[in-house]
Ligand binder design. Sequence first.
Ligand code: SF4
Length: 314
Amino acid sequence: MKNKEIKILLTAPRGFCAGVDRAIEIVKKSINKYGAPVYVRHEIVHNKHVVDSLKEIGAIFVEELKEIKDKSRPVIFSAHGVPKSVPVEASEYKIEYIDATCPLVSKVHREAENLYKANYHILLIGHLNHPEVIGTMGQLPNGSIDLIQTVNDVKKYLKKNKKNIAYITQTTLSVDDTKNIVDALKKKFPNIKEPLKKDICYATTNRQAAVKKIAKNCDMFFVIGSRNSSNSQRLVEVAQQAGCKDSELIHSTSKIPFNKIKKCKTIGISSGASAPEILVKEFINKIKNKISVKINEIEIIKENITFKVPRKLN
Ligand code: SF4
């Protein structure tokens, strides 16, 4: 028997962003144009469901180009971007490549190049080993960019040369945590050059703002997304920082805590920029099978951004 009704607050915007939509479209259109298989370097976006569905239509995922068995087949670079050495390596192998780097990540790459040309030493705020960070650092010669992950890193940072300092950031960071790091940087280097337009992208910003708005009114908060999805992980942290301590990521092997959910009055749900809406629907349906729910979607802003796929795929 179902027990008392609980309220589900569903955040909007949530889920796919324009960069993820475009990257998936690039893989599908490439398979249409070139036939299967088409190789993809790294998970095209960080979501198992997306990766598995693309495998089914003929995508083969590799981490490095040297793993590509049939080098006569094209390869797609993931939405996170790649170091400059990767297209060079593809050309050496004579592999045709299609770049699915999100235009907002490419913007940060161009920013880094322009700062380097203008003789700045660059600090990149981001997470060690995230593919986007590897890609951005790989736009410039080794040693041109230093990674800053925390306020403590700022405190410990020692200038390496006489150049003026500029900072750029990963696109999927926590807006609030990044502000603290930027404040610490500005305090330490009052003349630091800032990006003209914030590097944290519109999708990350909107999803975090939507979570922040409702998480404080929730007894539990769930973010649908993969463990390696930076923006999904950040949404969990944002929900916790906004006041919902019991916030967690729901990934492909998560167990849903029905017993805890039953005891809630209100739960919140969002999804990372790489998580398809079907996963949100499935999660809600699993809850509905055991618990009566009333769903209320709270939209804080309408998104209408789209990115075109490379012309050669049209
Ligand atoms: S999260 Fe932002 S930067 Fe990343 S793919 Fe989406 S729009 Fe692009």
